[in-house]
Design a protein around this ligand. Structure first.
Ligand code: NAP
Length: 285
């Protein structure tokens, strides 16, 4: 029997995109230009092609200009760096993302860090991570931002809440912990070497899974009434599966995200939101 409220990420993402469509049109009317997102895809990785295609389509849907740069897998470093520098200097480009992974002769971290911090819509440069760590304004990574927006839409009070994040990647777990901390939760970040993960999870008023291990989090790890956010996207033969044993956890939790249809749809919507924010910040000086 399911006790938990289902947190509908698809509906929240659709609402966010609808609002962004209005805000992008207002930006264009006020400033006589549209925000623009440049994507850089090097090589022919099939998964990356799908992701970049989805990001460009999502831009078009809300009225953001798309600059879809595709380079051959053997493109030399100097040419990629040259293009990134051009995009950094181009006033029509508000945001830039370099789709990872990049081919072996290139260094993904180096290319990511070449992106100007004010155009870093993935929030993955050293400068953006530093701004987040210091509590300075800046562009934040999309997936943890999406989680914060889902919690807000659900009316979850983070101030003083005990939040537990499982995972400490630079992309998800670490910035997730920092965003929860900025929202005045008391945050614990767990990882593969954490002792007694189950006991720590049982303390959580808000539990965020950012692991990549299907069904790791058991029903009896959940505090009754807790809010459970499952960021896991594990591709199994049976389909897309989260990090949380959904059937068991939803009997105990107060609210829970499904997989698919929870955190996933928010990520691209937050990329669009970051692109508009980047455009606005440039004009605000
Ligand atoms: P990652 O870089 O592989 O990081 C996984 C983290 O989980 C690491 O910190 C690792 O600990 C920890 N971990 C692994 N096994 C564990 C265990 N048994 N117990 C406790 N902690 C464990 O992965 P990621 O990029 O952060 O992604 C995490 C999940 O989120 C994946 O399923 C990914 O597909 C999903 N994701 C979804 C979106 C989206 O758009 N919805 C975006 C990004 C990621 P160590 O640091 O000790 O190794």
């Amino acid at each position: 029997m399911m006790a938990a409220t289902l947190i509908d990420g698809k509906a929240s993402a659709a609402a966010l995109r609808a609002r962004l469509t209005i805000d992008v049109a207002a930006f264009a009317a006020t400033h006589g230009r549209t925000p623009g997102l440049a994507t850089l895809l090097i090589g022919d990785d099939a998964g990356s092609q799908v992701y970049v295609g989805a990001k460009q389509r999502a831009c078009a849907e809300v009225g953001i200009s798309g600059f879809d740069h595709r380079l051959a897998a053997d493109t030399p470093r100097a040419a990629v760096v040259g293009l990134l520098d051009e995009l950094n200097a181009d006033p029509d480009v508000s945001g830039i993302l370099c789709q990872l992974p990049v081919p072996a002769q290139l260094n993904g971290a180096e290319l990511t860090n070449r992106i100007a911090a004010d155009k870093d819509v993935d929030g993955l440069t050293v400068a953006s991570a530093g701004r987040l760590a210091l509590g300075l304004p800046g562009l934040r990574p999309c997936t943890p931002t999406g989680v914060i927006l889902l919690l807000a839409a659900q009316g979850v009070h983070l101030k003083g809440a005990e939040a537990v994040v499982i995972g400490r990647s630079n992309l998800f777990g670490k910035p997730m912990g920092q965003l929860l901390l900025a929202a005045n939760a008391t945050v614990t970040i767990c990882h593969s070497r954490t002792a007694d993960l189950a006991a720590i999870c049982r303390r959580a008023d808000v539990l965020v899974a950012a692991v990549g291990v299907p069904n790791l989090i058991q029903g009896d790890w959940i505090k009754p009434g807790a809010v459970v956010i499952d960021g896991g996207m594990n591709r199994l033969d049976s389909g897309l599966t989260g990090d949380v044993d959904f059937a068991a956890a939803s009997e105990v939790a107060g609210a829970i995200t499904p997989v698919p249809g929870g955190v996933g749809p928010m990520t691209i919507a937050c990329l669009l939101r970051n692109t508009l924010q980047a455009a606005e910040r440039v004009l605000a000086g």
